[in-house]
Design a protein around this ligand. Structure first.
Ligand code: G6P
Length: 623
């Protein structure tokens, strides 16, 4: 959702903040703002991208303001109130002395707003955030206390999720920050001769910090940090208990969060997949020695092996990875699996039996619905295992154990390399369970280990379809609808292909199990309708060939993703895209590649911003 950056140090805060906001723009990009502290508190806000805020600041901010060494900035994904200049953050208190930036939602803001209105507060915006800063002001005035204390007391009355930073003209050399269910990282920058830090950074994730320092502190839920000149970093809980900030080293390189010559992050991330899958397998798979292990899933492996049922939770693309895992685990390890949207799971009073294990999948590790579902499952006694990409993320920390996907930072809003890395981890998990439970023949297990090691190279070959897929996108760029069909392992791949297309090109797309087409979607088919089939040579090959004929008989336009060397389907359809042959259980890692490329090219040809599609956000930290 929204992105937060703040700085206190010796350098010019504005430039650091604007650059940091651009790095965080994937989190939200409908408006942005910055607050800079000199002898006064100056706020600049603008609807639109950070570049527009940058232009506003360049045109209107006095040189002295630009030299400020303390400040904070925000890029917004609107929840309360439409995206415009007024609703953009930072927001002022009613006396103009405090300013706040906020990521999250204050659920009881209407009640607080009403109470404050009774005390004469007038609000400029429609946001919950402005209510919070007025509330902090009210609490501070009523209790005659420090800013930190006012923030603490106010937050104890607040229901909802937040990561906030607050500045005050009365204490101009200080930043107060807090978090609950929304991430916040503190960077500890340069130090003086005595080793005291002379600069601090605050951000929603490490990407704005990485080029300045690798020393970071991840603030925990319900913690408040006070940062002051003189190297002061104090952390307390919202219950007023001091805690010791734990400085850890970031394992992230700057190049990983830059475009590296590609037109977009999404294209870079699509083409990184041979490497990201290799990184995901590294150290875990050594086929020559018959070695396959997930180091993060050791203590609870027995729980998994003995599970009566595995419940997989996720949202969006991560949910699709869960659906593939359902096929994988049931096929290979013969353990019943249920896959559920995290948002549905948490609100339907789910039944969790002893012996159920929950696997939560999330690229960001911050998705609010998934996090809340995990907490619910834990309360009911379930063992929760996380499959996350972002190291140290909230879901990774909330899980009992887990396996990281090691795909590296994914910045394009539409998930690509995180999906294939999730599939890789889940495939390894299914194979480990199958081998330990004796549900797979030893010879097949060995063959699959060798084949899994070949998958990065095969993904590279699938990527060579790029020029052909671009031609197909040219042909269908004006399409208004698109149907994606697959069976078995490729039904979730069809869902993922459809999601990619709608997310970034705004073409309506639906994924369906191919056999279900005749129960409804077939009514949509005419000569205008592109239908993408995932028609790999697997156990349902003959059936899917029949489905292709049913579409062609109704003059649909068929694009078929087939196994390399397939000669049967080509003459029947309009376009064929070949991917390398592999074992059934591994082919989703290959068939999804042309579907990612198709969505990408359709979006580019339609003039869409593929990295920052409208209305979406990479990390959805609100329910
Ligand atoms: C958002 C993103 C999707 C992502 C989903 C789940 O909707 O736009 O690309 O699949 O959240 O995110 P997670 O970080 O939990 O995988």
């Amino acid at each position: 959702m929204c992105g937060i950056v703040a700085y206190l140090g010796q350098a010019e805060a504005c430039a650091i903040i604007l650059k940091g906001l651009k790095r965080l723009e994937y989190r939200g990009y409908d408006s942005a703002g910055v607050a800079l502290m000199t002898d006064q508190l100056s706020v600049y806000k603008k609807q639109g991208k950070v570049a527009e805020l940058e232009a506003l600041v360049a045109q209107t901010a006095p040189a002295a303001t630009l030299r400020a060494t303390i400040g904070m900035g925000h890029t917004r994904w609107a929840t309360h109130g439409e995206p415009n200049d007024v609703n953009a953050h930072p927001h002022y208190s009613s006396d103009g002395k405090l300013a706040i930036i906020h990521n999250g939602i204050i659920e009881n803001y209407l009640a607080i707003k009403q109470e404050l209105a009774n005390h004469g507060h007038i609000f400029a915006s429609q946001t919950d955030t402005e209510v919070l800063v007025h509330f902090i002001e009210h609490v501070q005035k009523t209790n005659q206390c420090s800013l930190e204390e006012a923030v603490r007391l106010a937050l104890n009355k607040v229901v909802g999720a937040y990561a906030i930073v607050v500045m005050s003209v009365d204490t101009p050399e200080q930043l107060v920050a807090a978090r609950k269910s929304s991430p916040l990282v503190i960077g500890v920058g340069q130090r003086d001769g005595a080793g005291q830090p002379t600069e601090f950074f605050l951000a929603s994730d490490a990407t704005p910090i990485i080029e300045y320092t690798k020393d970071v502190v991840y603030l925990n839920d319900q913690e408040i940090a006070v940062i002051k000149r003189g190297g002061v970093l104090e952390v307390k809980t919202t219950a007023d208990v001091p805690t010791t900030p734990f400085i850890q080293q970031l394992d992230l390189e700057l190049a990983a969060i830059e475009k590296g010559g590609y037109d977009s992050f999404m294209l870079k991330e699509i083409f990184e997949q041979p490497q990201s899958v290799r990184d995901c397998l590294r150290g875990r798979l050594i086929p020559e020695r018959g070695h396959l292990a997930l180091g993060g899933l050791v203590k609870h492996l027995d729980d998994l092996l003995n599970a009566q049922r595995i419940i997989i939770l996720g949202c969006g693309t991560s949910w699709h990875a869960g659906l593939v895992a359902e096929y994988l685990i049931e096929e290979l390890a013969r353990i019943p699996v249920e896959v559920e949207y995290a948002s549905e799971f948490r609100y339907r009073n789910p039944i969790i039996h002893p012996g159920d294990v929950v696997v939560a999948i999330s690229q960001s590790g911050e998705t609010a619905d998934t996090l809340a579902a995990i907490e619910l499952a834990k309360q009911q006694g379930a063992v929760v295992l996380g499959v996350c990409n972002v190291v140290g993320s909230s879901i990774a920390r909330a899980s009992h154990e887990g396996a990281y996907t090691h795909a590296g930072p994914e910045i394009g809003v539409a998930s690509t390399k995180a999906f294939t890395a999730q599939l890789t981890v889940l495939t390894m998990l299914a194979l480990i369970l199958a081998q330990r439970r004796g549900t797979i023949a030893p010879a097949l297990y060995r063959e699959l280990l060798f084949e899994l090691a070949e998958i990065p190279e095969k993904i590279g070959r699938a990527l060579q379809t790029n020029p052909l897929v671009k031609q197909i996108a040219e042909r269908f760029k004006h399409a208004r609808n698109c149907l994606y069909l697959g069976r078995g392992f490729h039904f979730p791949v069809a869902l993922e292909g459809a999601l990619k297309l709608k997310e970034i090109s705004y073409v309506h797309a639906e994924g369906y199990p191919a056999a279900e087409m005749k129960h409804g979607p077939i009514a949509l088919i005419d000569e205008e309708m592109p239908v993408v089939f995932v028609a790999i040579k697997d156990q349902s090959y003959e059936k899917i060939v029949s489905n292709i004929q049913e579409v062609k008989a109704r003059k649909g336009q068929v694009i078929a993703v087939v196994t390399e060397g397939d000669t049967l389907i080509g003459p029947m359809v309009d376009y064929v895209v070949e991917v390398p042959a592999s074992y059934d259980v591994l082919t989703p890692l290959l068939t999804v590649i042309p579907l990612q490329l198709l969505a990408y090219h359709m979006a580019v040809l339609r003039g869409c911003n593929v990295d920052q599609p409208r209305n979406l956000a990479k990390s959805v930290t609100v329910e």
